[in-house]
Design a binder for this molecule. Structure first.
Ligand code: NZQ
Ligand code: ZN
Length: 387
């Protein structure tokens, strides 16, 4: 095991109905908030009205910044920053999925920055402060509610980049499983794929030595996510399963699974971000397309680890590591198919993917984010295998 610093300052308020406690958690943060939300799901579900009446009762003024799109754009984040500055808000409330929370993080940091927010993502300058952020999560997947990461797409250049900063941790995140019953099947599948990917990317790439604690943590979580997703797809109102998926998403990408594993990388995320940037598909759907292709390309080099995954998760009996790894990849694809995730560009509705542009964007993003193991020919080969 390797040394590490684990510091996660986000307070979690978890439970059915917990979203009615929002005002109690924001009154200490100031008198005026920027309320960030997505397209229409919170208005459709009635959550918007409940949030607004809580803020009004608590005497908290707010300015709205709705319309965040899935795969949030830099232009919309900049509009939110301008609004937050003009209205002199004290803090930010994000109500939605990972896209809403990520854009809210960019706004929280961008509002009090001297530089344009995109310079942070390019690594040209560092975040030194941010407005406090409180989130009400409506779609469990990214872990953004309890991590210091945000991802945004520059809609002028199609660069979709992630950034980690200690100033990106929300102060409080409210996790109310009841809010997730309206998440449609397509997004439940994408979320499950994403959560599994957050857990397994470090598992396949880390160099931490003997780390059984982290390996069993990942394997136990992956089995749990698969079981919960399956129950939700059979019965969307299964609150036990919705609760389990919600907490799994948070625990799957809040730093715990990687504490002690040393250096690791997120190559499938680096390959996926250009796909959702160019074609605006769900991030988890993009991961289902690229992950089997990346694993297949690595089946020789990483045979023992992929074989372990195959044996632990899918009960593959094969003794030869390479054969077991290939059987594990086939089983992973079967699981994607079972939950309705796409297995190729074509299945995701991308009839003619621009392989050269995807390759260029991946190599560029990997250089900025310092993601190793993604030379141009390798990347092109992975994308070609996704056809
Ligand atoms: O916009 P609305 O109308 O709210 O609809 C959303 C959106 O269309 C809908 N939705 C959300 N909650 C719902 C609901 N529909 C019905 N009932 C509800 N309760 O679901 C759609 C998808 O939402 P979105 O927030 O885009 O999904 P997700 O949480 O998967 O976030 C995806 C974004 O996060 C980034 C991805 O790249 C992508 O941009 N990621 C962020 C990470 C992080 N910050 O740590 C890590 C991830 O690896 C990921 O890259
Ligand atoms: Zn992800």
């Amino acid at each position: 095991m390797q040394g590490f610093v684990f510091h996660n300052p986000t307070k979690i308020v978890f439970g059915n109905g917990s979203s009615s406690q929002l005002s109690a958690h924001v009154t200490a943060l100031g008198r005026k908030a920027l309320l960030v939300y997505g397209q229409n799901s919170i208005k459709r579900s009635g959550l918007y009205d409940k949030i607004v009446s809580q803020l009004q009762e608590a005497g908290i003024a707010f300015v709205e910044h709705g319309g965040v799109k899935s795969n949030p754009s830099l232009t919309h984040a900049r509009e939110g920053i301008a609004k937050a500055r003009a209205e002199k808000v004290d803090f930010v409330i994000a109500v939605g999925g990972g896209s809403v929370i990520d854009e809210a993080k960019s706004i929280a940091a961008g509002t009090v920055a001297k530089d344009d927010v995109w310079r942070f993502y390019l690594g040209e300058t560092k975040i030194e402060k941010a407005l406090p952020l409180v989130t009400v999560l409506t779609l469990p997947a990214t872990g953004s509610e309890m991590n210091g990461n945000a991802v945004i797409t520059n809609d002028e250049t199609n660069d979709k980049l992630g950034l980690a900063s200690p100033y990106f941790y929300p102060q409080v995140s409210i996790l109310d499983p009841l809010l997730t019953v309206t998440v449609p099947q397509r997004y439940t599948a994408a979320s499950a794929v994403d959560i599994v990917s957050h857990l397994t990317e470090s598992y396949f790439t880390n160099d931490g030595g003997w780390t059984p604690l982290q390996e069993y943590y990942v394997e136990g979580m992956v089995k749990t996510v698969m079981a919960a997703a399956s129950r939700i797809l059979q019965n969307p109102e299964d609150i036990e399963a919705r609760s389990t998926l919600m907490w799994s998403a948070t625990l799957g990408w809040n730093g715990l699974n990687v504490a002690g594993v040393g250096a690791f990388s997120m190559p499938c995320h680096a390959l996926e971000h250009p796909i959702s940037a160019l074609y605006d598909i769900a991030h988890g759907a993009g991961l289902a397309i690229v992950t089997p292709a990346w694993l297949t390309a690595k089946a020789e080099e990483k045979a023992p680890k992929i074989a372990r995954f195959a044996r632990e998760i899918f009960a593959v009996q094969e003794e030869n590591d390479r054969q077991a790894a290939l059987a594990g990849i086939a089983s992973l694809k079967n699981w994607y198919r079972e939950i309705g995730a796409p297995l190729s560009f074509a299945e995701a509705g991308i009839a003619e993917p621009d392989i050269e542009e995807l390759t260029r964007l991946t190599v560029k993003g990997a250089a900025i984010r310092k993601t190793p193991g993604l030379p141009e020919d390798f990347v092109r080969g992975v994308f070609l295998a996704c056809m």
